[in-house]
Design a protein around this ligand. Structure first.
Ligand SMILES: [Zn+2]
Length: 135
């Protein structure tokens, strides 16, 4: 028999870290933001690139930050030869069964450990450079 140990137990407090993302509207370059393409005889059709939406949102990954402290309410541990071990948690604060799912790698025992890991990850992966003035 193999006994698995999980990082947290039910009812434990866990400090969550998350990478912030920046959402930006990017104007469609194919139709130049009009949402339409004009063909022969002046007939227009929805732009095939943006489906007439005139653009779309772009996401930029930014820095890791310490987020909320959560109470572990559900543990999901999967172990298989092919997939290895997957350890995920759900929290009472954000919903059990339905709600946010947290990776064990993004949960910590205290604020200090969480902040240290944020600093480490931020140093390792510099934030994506912000592009400016591009359409
Ligand atoms: Zn378009």
């Amino acid at each position: 028999m193999t006994l698995f140990l999980t990082k947290f137990r039910l009812g434990d407090k866990a400090v969550h870290i998350r990478r912030t993302r920046d959402k930006r509207w990017k104007v469609c370059g194919f139709c130049d933001g009009s949402g339409e393409i004009t063909g022969a005889a002046g007939r227009s059709r929805s732009c095939p690139e943006c489906c007439g939406r005139k653009g779309g949102y772009e996401y930029l990954d930014l820095e890791w930050l310490v987020r909320e402290t959560l109470t572990i309410g559900q543990i999901d541990l999967r172990h298989s030869k092919r997939g290895g071990t997957i350890e995920k948690y759900m929290a009472i604060e954000t919903g059990i069964g339905g709600g946010s799912v947290y990776d064990a790698d993004d949960l910590f025992y205290n604020q200090k450990d969480a902040q240290q890991e944020c600093d480490r990850r931020n140093a390792e992966t510099a934030p994506a450079p912000k592009e400016e003035g591009r359409t």
